[in-house]
Design a protein around this ligand. Structure first.
Ligand SMILES: [Zn+2]
Length: 135
């Protein structure tokens, strides 16, 4: 049985489409990026043809949507932040905040041509500025 391709999302730029494609790939879902060359060559077509589309097999569609929705959620959602944070190991202060570093993904994308989607979650002490990885 041949699976149909379904559009899971569309973007106005190829970069965003490839970021999603890489995220899906990391989750084991194959995807194709459609129309990127048309859009890159003439961005005005982007609106006409519906942007750069990311398509997946119909059997992967639900999973892909789920990943897309998870990814689109703000990283600091309420359930993500524990009610008690550990104290600073350097100075013992409990003035701690999260700092999420997503720059690594973009740097790797620039250097390697593909993003490593593993935003590091760090804790940072507001008192002494010490930061350390969370979990
Ligand atoms: Zn500290």
């Amino acid at each position: 049985m041949q699976d149909e391709l379904k559009t899971v999302a569309s973007f106005s730029t190829a970069v965003e489409a490839h970021l999603l494609s890489a995220t899906l790939e990391a989750a084991g879902i194959e995807s194709v990026v459609c129309d990127e060359h048309t859009v890159t060559m003439n961005w005005m077509y982007s609106n006409l043809i519906g942007g750069v589309r990311v398509k997946v097999l119909e059997s992967d569609f639900e999973d892909a949507r789920e990943i897309l929705n998870t990814d689109a959620a703000p990283p600091e959602s309420a359930e993500d932040i524990p009610s008690t944070l550990p104290a600073c190991p350097e100075c013992g202060s409990d003035e701690i905040e999260f700092s999420t570093d997503k720059r690594g993904a973009f740097v790797s994308w620039l250097l390697l041509g593909f993003p490593i989607i593993a935003p590091k979650k760090n804790l940072r002490c507001k008192e002494c500025n010490h930061s350390w990885p969370y979990r």
